[in-house]
Design a binder for this molecule. Structure first.
Ligand SMILES: NC(=O)c1ccc[n+]([C@@H]2O[C@H](COP(=O)([O-])OP(=O)(O)OC[C@H]3O[C@@H](n4cnc5c(N)ncnc54)[C@H](O)[C@@H]3O)[C@@H](O)[C@H]2O)c1
Length: 255
């Protein structure tokens, strides 16, 4: 499959979980991928595992304007263009109600999950104007539906969904599409960490399988396959879309 042949993708949080699955799928679909992630060890392992000349890696923090600017400039310097910015890096903890959340936790969630999109857009949009490229945001169904005990996280994803639509309108005149993928649960290091923190991890596994109408909690490959479609030319008339990749988790009450 060469749906992404010749495309240059800048991806944040690509060293693990959903981002890693996306990086793998993008490379397989023929793209060159530039990953920025703060986990130095995971990035080293990733380079060895993927062993691809089409992969560029930057250890950096999406909270830092400087890191993002530098990584985007180097990506452009190496490949000569950028077709896609995929804002994927995110955090979900702590699991708390709003009143239990402290200011530092609130700020951290908003900076990592949302302000990072501000920086990648500020420093990346001119590159995308040159290629009539696209932006993909890894959001979440909780930004549409809500989730207990994660108020600040849910607010970041609601913000990301709203931002996806606003940006889609603003950048459509430049031929730039902006979409979001919205998973429900995905078995990644982030979710596995949350699972072991729960009082009854076995019950939680059943719960995670059952919230998806299709009956199981997937791994990142299901998100990656949809992401390949959304950043490919097959989706050339799709913009402002919040695409559930959720096994029907949002469809309604069920036993
Ligand atoms: N796993 C799920 O069930 C689920 C569901 C819905 C949405 N999401 C969203 O998917 C995205 C990826 O989640 P995941 O489950 O793969 O998480 P993960 O923790 O398994 O992987 C996230 C990656 O992002 C990197 N990262 C985190 N903070 C960073 C920072 N400040 N700067 C640079 N890199 C950073 C991490 O090092 C890691 O490699 C997140 O935006 C998350 O909110 C996940």
């Amino acid at each position: 499959m060469s749906l992404l042949k010749g495309k240059i993708v800048f991806l944040t949080g690509g060293a693990a979980g959903i981002g890693k699955a996306c990086a793998n799928a993008y490379l397989k679909a023929g793209a060159s991928v530039s990953i920025m992630d703060s986990d130095e060890v995971a990035m080293k392992d990733l380079k060895t595992e993927f062993d691809s000349t089409a992969l560029l890696t930057f250890v950096g923090n999406v909270c830092s304007e400087h890191d993002i600017k530098r990584a985007l400039e180097s990506t452009f310097g190496t490949f000569g263009k950028i077709d896609v910015i995929h804002n994927n890096a995110g955090i979900a903890s702590p699991s708390k109600t709003l009143d239990q959340t402290n200011e530092e936790e609130w700020d951290n969630l908003f900076i990592v999950n949302l302000k990072s999109v501000f920086w990648t857009t500020k420093h990346g949009i001119e590159y995308l104007k040159q290629t009539k490229g696209c932006i993909l945001n890894t959001s979440s169904m909780v930004g549409e539906m809500g989730q207990d005990n994660h108020a600040a996280y849910v607010a970041t994803k609601g913000g990301m969904n709203a931002l996806t639509k606003a940006m889609a309108l603003d950048y459509a005149p430049f031929g730039i599409r902006v979409n979001a993928v919205c998973p429900a649960g995905v078995l990644t290091p982030m979710l596995r960490k949350w699972m072991v923190e729960q009082p009854n991890p076995v019950e939680i596994e059943d719960y995670l399988n059952n919230i998806h109408a299709l009956g199981y909690c997937p791994e990142g490959d299901v998100i990656a396959d949809v992401a390949v479609f959304l950043i490919s030319d097959l989706a050339r008339f799709v913009t402002g879309n919040l695409m559930p990749v959720s096994g029907g988790a949002e469809l309604g009450y069920k036993r």
